[in-house]
Design a binder for this molecule. Sequence first.
Ligand SMILES: Nc1ncnc2c1ncn2[C@@H]1O[C@H](COP(=O)(O)OP(=O)(O)OP(=O)(O)O)[C@@H](O)[C@H]1O
Length: 664
Amino acid sequence: MTKRKREPESIFAKVVIFLLAILGAVSVAAQDLAADTRALLVFSAYHDPRGTKLVWTNATSTCTWRGITCFQNRVAEIRLPGAGLRGIIPPGSLSLISELRVVSLRNNQLTGPFPDELGKCSNVESLYLAGNAFSGPVQNLTGLMPRLTQLSLEYNRLNGTIPEELGLLSRLNLLNLRNNSFSGSIPSFNSANLIIFDVANNNLSGQIPASLSKFPASSYHGNPGLSGCPLESACPSSVAPITAPSPLVSSPQAPRGKLLSVGAIAGIVVGGVLFLVLVASFLLFLCRRKKGWHDAAPVGTREVPRDHSRQKTLEKGDEVQAEEYSSVVVEKQAINGLVPLCPVSFDLDDLLRASAEVLGKGTVGTAYKAILEDGSVVVVKRLKDVPAGRKEFEAQIQVLGKLQHRNLVPLRAYYFSRDEKLLVSDFMSTGNLFCLLHGNRSGNNRTPVDWLTRVKIAIGAATGLAYLHAQGGPNFVHGNIKSSNVLINRDLEACLSDYGLAYLFGSSSSSSKMVGYRAPEVATTRRLTHNSDVFSFGVLLLELLTGKSPTQASANNEIIDLPRWVQGVVREEWTAEVFDLSLMRYQNIEGELVAMLRIAVQCVDRVPERRPKMTQVVALLENVHPLIGDSRDETSRHYESASEHFRSSDRDTSHRSSPYFRAP
Ligand SMILES: Nc1ncnc2c1ncn2[C@@H]1O[C@H](COP(=O)(O)OP(=O)(O)OP(=O)(O)O)[C@@H](O)[C@H]1O
């Protein structure tokens, strides 16, 4: 009896405790965010009227402020590269944001000594201050020590000696101090995880520590008093042997630091469940109200060509295949079994009426550009010899349809019958990277791609691949990374296509088609893995750097084994010979070229486990170019100029900027 009476009480008590815990956790988080907000407002009130005024006001949520990224309702990242900030970083600002992990203030006009403020940010993992006017010695780093993985201070006016503490940072994988006025000798470094190390153009002297001799000579140039390897001609190789790097990505996904109490966690869990139930009910309600996909916003109109041509635009020699395309669609009209993966503005009848143009024949089928009656354009890929049955096919395509990322070509619909398998995706109007780099197959129409565009394309493709690996899980691979599968959209952004198709064809049959990009181990294991994707991506980077295709025969009709060729040239210390001649007209990009080369060389390591993860590759690539930094928004104006450059016609490629890479 007593027991019975107590039960509801105890349940009630538990609910009350949970609710209080939720309230407690919410209010703790709110208080912490309020503290972050106050600190940011102090930061924004730095005083130099000539600089950009940050319009951060309490009227909007702190987490939506320009340059601010939150994680779990705490400020985790400040990214304001190239934002026109001037003046000093005020005391009592950033150091008070306890969960801060990334600070990117590169390419502003910040002044004063290396900010004490930042030296106290004990959770910061990535600190990017390149391209400012900080001056004086770097000191008071003690607070910054525990987690720092990337420190980029290049192009400032810093002087004094390189702090010895930096050498003790076991997690550090990037240290860039180039173009400052550091003097004295280079301290010894715990270099196990260092991937990029650059102290060029300072006043350093003495011997380069043996542990740092693995970095290229360009990391040390411009320091007349420095000696030792790799600056001397008798040194072995100028490219670092690759060690397995530790995780280096400053993702806001898993900040470490202060732990919440068990009650708070329980509260958050219960609160989260309640919230999910509410959201699910709301979505269910919305779905029931929706009549069908026709009612939703169409996507097929995204890449509408400007002239809205309704004419068949077949090129000579393409007619037969284009007719094949029509006959496929005619045959299907009776069934009209096009399955949309998201709201689309067309059905099979529309595809039937579309004018078609062959884009190309690939290893798994033929791709057609289909111009629909409303002027929108899609790509229909007609797969051939698909061994997968309907169930398997549909399950895999549903998985692919859910992958959505700005660096992936969106898959819109599919069709499956015994005889035909079609995939419909968005049309990417700027074509593929292969054509950008090498012209069309007959070698014409090549406009040299400028350096900044290449870096952007590399980052875009890497980001898309990192997303696939993270989202698809440990066994999900792209399986066919190559330059013709890197498409460029109207904004000149790289988008990966043909991802995950290997599963429809069996990875062993797919792997045999990856000429030039296939990781060496795949020849024996017949298994595609994240590591083999990384290798293929490394070949792609080499292609961007060298301008050479790993699939096309050279003048003497030999298909180049790009990784082997590059490693051979670099070993001979003729690094400059590696790079695409058309890149040589750019001044002062030697360090960037070498930095990307080093990343590529790591990716094509013959030992799969030594290759970096794609998330690491993204982080490293983001540091290759000082203007790119880590904020896409901030780089858009540079990107525009890159697009501008890219659209312009051929330029002079006849001269090299300097004999900088040439071995003595
Ligand atoms: N969505 C798209 N937008 C624009 N062009 C595309 C699109 N999809 C494919 N293409 C282009 O069509 C051509 C044929 O592509 P397809 O994927 O069939 O073959 P591939 O990339 O040469 O080889 P593989 O089948 O091994 O991927 C290529 O030039 C490709 O870049």
